[in-house]
Design a protein around this ligand. Structure first.
Ligand code: XMP
Length: 261
């Protein structure tokens, strides 16, 4: 079994892509047959774009209605059939025993990596997630700076470290990604300067996953020039009239941008 980072690199080689699909479809609750339609549409979009992506990210829009060990299994099986790594965007953020069980369930269900929130800290918090991930040979990705404007209030605040030095919170989180042995960090594409700073800290060994391209205003060239490794893209693909064409175009734009530096 390939561990998360190896599986990702294999898909980059095979599909020539750096696009992680955020499969966040959401028909309204109460619409006739909404769960079945959600599943069918998600599977269809995945089958159309699978050759142009390197991974799939799922969050609560699918997890809650479809259920981890119920209908979501069919989609998880599809992702596995295409050989793509599957990321759970649960932004895990609780105490040890809860984190431990949540991680176990996600890994048992077939997820390859989880996104976690470093605000909760290590001891009695995220140590449990890293320990379970190690047992299952799975990945942990740390939120370092989010893509929405309010991210500034937490991830962008200035903090005084023990030595008295003033740092940005995201710089401290990027350092924790290194010391905790994270398999990736998330930095919003809307903040290329912050991607650049995080890249200076984590280097090439820890990939930077960058959401916020397209619908949230992030620009491919700026994010990748700053050091992003993968783009997480949702609406620009699944809301497109032609998801396959859009995924291919985004993949090519990223490759073009990466070829320029
Ligand atoms: P769109 O539709 O904007 O979707 O392309 C982006 C996807 O990424 C998620 N998202 C984030 N996830 N940190 C994360 O871990 C972030 O800063 C962040 N911003 C957006 C969002 O949930 C969606 O799935």
């Amino acid at each position: 079994m390939l561990v998360f980072s190896e599986k990702l690199k294999k898909c980059v080689r095979e599909n020539g892509s750096r696009v992680v699909l955020a499969l966040d479809l959401s028909p309204s609750v109460g619409e006739k047959d909404f769960k079945r339609r959600l599943l069918v549409k998600s599977r269809r979009i995945l089958s159309e774009v699978e050759e142009h992506i390197v991974g799939v990210k799922i969050n609560f829009q699918l997890l809650l209605p479809l259920g981890l060990f119920d209908d979501l299994r069919l989609l998880i099986e599809d992702v596995s059939h295409y050989g793509l790594p599957l990321i759970m965007d649960c932004k895990l953020n609780d105490v040890e025993h809860t984190n431990e069980w949540a991680s176990r369930y996600f890994f048992e269900a077939g997820f390859d990596a989880l996104i976690v929130n470093p605000f909760v800290g290590w001891k009695g918090g995220l140590d449990a997630v890293f320990s379970v991930a190690k047992d299952y040979e799975k990945g942990v990705i740390l939120l370092v700076y989010m893509s929405h404007p309010g991210a500034e209030e937490g991830y962008g605040q200035r903090v005084v470290r023990d030595e008295g030095a003033v740092r940005f919170q995201y710089e401290v989180f990027a350092e924790k990604a290194k010391s905790w042995g994270a398999d990736g960090v998330v930095v919003g594409a809307t903040q290329p300067k912050i991607i650049e700073r995080v890249f200076e800290i984590v280097g090439r060994k820890i990939p930077i996953f960058s959401p916020g391209i397209g619908s949230q205003g992030g620009v491919i060239g700026e994010a990748f020039r700053a050091g992003a490794t993968y783009a997480i893209v949702g609406r620009s693909i699944y809301q497109s009239e032609d998801p396959k064409r859009s995924a291919k175009e985004i993949k090519e734009k990223i490759n073009e941008a990466m070829g320029q530096f």
